[in-house]
Design a protein around this ligand. Sequence first.
Ligand SMILES: CC(C)(COP(=O)(O)OP(=O)(O)OC[C@H]1O[C@@H](n2cnc3c(N)ncnc32)[C@H](O)[C@@H]1OP(=O)(O)O)[C@@H](O)C(=O)NCCC(=O)NCCS
Length: 168
Amino acid sequence: MKTPHEIQYEAFAAETAYYTEQHAKLYADFADNLIADNSFSIVYEGVAHACYTPITIDAAPHLKCYILAPLAVLPEYQGQGYATRLMEEAEKQLNADAIFVLGDPKHYSNRYNTPHKVGFPVETQAPVECWFARELTPGTLSELGESTSSISGPFADPLMWKEPSEQI
Ligand SMILES: CC(C)(COP(=O)(O)OP(=O)(O)OC[C@H]1O[C@@H](n2cnc3c(N)ncnc32)[C@H](O)[C@@H]1OP(=O)(O)O)[C@@H](O)C(=O)NCCC(=O)NCCS
């Protein structure tokens, strides 16, 4: 059985158009650091892994919200719905009000399609068009309006909010 670190490393190392081996190590180590810091971690069918870390919406701190990252599927299993099924399973287990993700629209814009006005929890140059959310409790984000957000632990490191080209 592969470890979360192995799944993350192999998935990112194979994505040579966007990432180098150094990125693969950075994200695999990031996953391990999140797990050590008690983020929710899920290995799906031995081939996919993701972490979900609590994020606080400052205007509604009672809400149970998470940010998804890193997410990885072993290269030979990609494009077969494993990531989607992992996210479905994680959402069942977490019982969250909303889940956020910063990432590529092609991977996330369909599933994470709830309009929202929640700011990044860390100062970043990342484009807001890539800051997606999915409300699981109806109305959570649509009734909220504007809010800042907060996060602690490894995910509060500004390095993890930079463009890949600026991380190495
Ligand atoms: C991104 C990744 C996790 C997707 O896993 P997967 O099991 O192939 O994804 P799925 O088959 O469940 O598809 C999930 C969505 O991503 C889209 N997608 C997946 N791979 C894609 C690709 N190479 N190009 C375009 N869209 C893609 C699917 O169409 C689907 O979108 P939909 O919800 O609109 O139908 C996987 O390719 C991976 O591990 N990549 C390397 C690491 C990485 O880039 N992680 C994400 C960082 S933002």
